[in-house]
Write a protein that binds this ligand. Sequence first.
Ligand code: GAL
Length: 678
Amino acid sequence: MMNINKLTFVSILITVLNFVGSNSLSAQTVWLDELDLSTATQGYGVPMKNKSCDGKTLTIAGETFDRGFGSHSESLLTILLEGNAKLFTAKVGIDDEVKGQRPAAEFIVNGDGKQLWASGVMRLGDAAKPCTVKLDGVKKLELLVTDGGNGNYYDHVDWVDAKFETSGATTFKTFNPVSSEVYILTPKPAAEPKLTGAKVFGVRPGSPFQHLVTATGDRPMTFSAKGLPKGLKINKKTGLITGVLTTKGSYKVTLFAKNAKGKAERQFRIECGDQIALTPPMGWNSWNCFAQEVSADKVKRAANAMVSSGLINHGWTYINIDDFWENHRDSKDPSLRGKLRDEAGYIIPNSRFVDMKLLADYVHGLGLKIGLYSSPGPWTCGGSAGSFGYEKQDAESYAKWGFDYLKYDWCSYGNVINGLPENDPYKVSSLSYNGGSELETAKKPFIEMGKLLREQKRDIVFSVCQYGMSDVWKWGGSVGGNCWRTTNDITDTWTSMKNIALDQDRSAPYAKPGNWNDPDMLIVGHVGWGNPHPSKLKPDEQYMHISLWSLFAAPLLIGCDMEKLDDFTLNLLTNDEVIEVNQDPLGKQATCLHAIGDLRIYVKDLEDGSKAVGFCNFGLEKINMAYADFSKLGLNGQFVVRDLWRQKDIANVNTQSGKLAIDVPVHGVLLYKFSSVN
Ligand code: GAL
């Protein structure tokens, strides 16, 4: 009995071992769609399992597929194979769902940092291309889709029938090489007063003067100024300087702030002349957050939050209404419908904006300024009433209501150039780049509105928006623009932010006080164009975004829901040493002076002779090195190096013999200031 039992046990054991053994040795198939695809990053939308980017059946050149990964370039999925896969097979192509568009993309397979396979640039209608890659020993696999060299518009890309052959039962982990760790660098402001904000302010003679002196520190605080020119006064409680200057001139003023803990003073220059916006405008704009959902109530609440969050104490000023304050051509939303203009051609705001003057007064009453939006064509980009034919009335309305900023957006103006279809402006479509590449027509509407704005008896910042057509940076200033968009619209993805950043060097020489390149608005905090969600940028990417926009001397327009500011976002927006880089009175824009692989080093000259330097890691590997090539950055001599995010001196470097330890996270940045000690 005992023996039989033993025998049975042994034979069962052998059977089990055989089963396990054969299972771990025999080939298995692991489908890509069985893995966690949510760790993938992509240029638009979210990673889709067995569906296209738009959630439809995966379809390439008429052929449909049940299984696969639908994405959007630039797309990256990182998979840890740990040497357990033998083969990867798939078919790749652009999904038919973007018919009528001109997407292009390239599919790439990288193994342990080496390219193993590339599809070549693929276009819409190309048959699904088979991909077979041997993987023996590969530990880390990257499935990458780049934009094919023409931007990533409509690049809906599919990996179909994608699977791994393994040597045994296994499953693979996917991961994202960009850290999700949220960490705060900006130190809390001290209790003692510290004056912040712009050090120079431009005003035209005769225009109402409004500038808020800002400071951090305990409240109550009192403000005063020495050397204010005749015609101006400062409100001791709020720090608001108001009045009118009648004569041109440069005025040196000393500002003071005092509280129970101490006092601070700082030099301030008022330039009364032809130029305004002597430092890049800072504020908020409704578009990236609310888009067509904007209302006067939301604008008021954003203004209130600018104050209650404390952002106002760091120089944030403008509250700008974007598209959808006007009545709409054909919206189904009744609150956007109504008479576009009165008999005299003056625009009638939609029912969400009952009293523009009251709204402007409210915002001014908080010490802030207010802006709005229009288009030179008959329609805005969103299909609301534009200024075409009514430019004079519109400029007058903006001034009469008390607005301080206008974003003027090309959109349907392209159709105007080509002649309105059957002379019926209602048939003009909204968005068109037509005509924007011919210099004279590209300039024309902005010359006209620029002149009209200058004729008003108040200073209105003129923001030219036409996405960079005809190298706008070369002439935007000459048409009266204070800033001009250099790019298409930004979205809250790494691809979007990165591509815009990489494109800024060519326009950099044209930035100067009063004339700024605008790489579009900020995408930190809760953004989402009507469906707000936390920005999809990872924390390190957000540090890089704010650092670069500061180095670029870009207008800083917060695009998020101001009532949902979290500690991390506030930390990004309240670092006075970082903001000071952006607001530096010299008005230079940084360019990349040295690149080592994916490390790009941006340098901005500052008024006091120091330099702001951004070490930006655009790659997928951490960068750890001893940096010594200071001459490439224009640095020669002995320097104190200050970490601006941490607000701490971190090194003393001699550029001849010294080295600086650089440790930059994936998609992260170090923002330093080099001040000469000679
Ligand atoms: C786009 C513009 C956006 C936003 C939008 C409004 O053309 O680039 O920033 O203003 O129009 O419809």
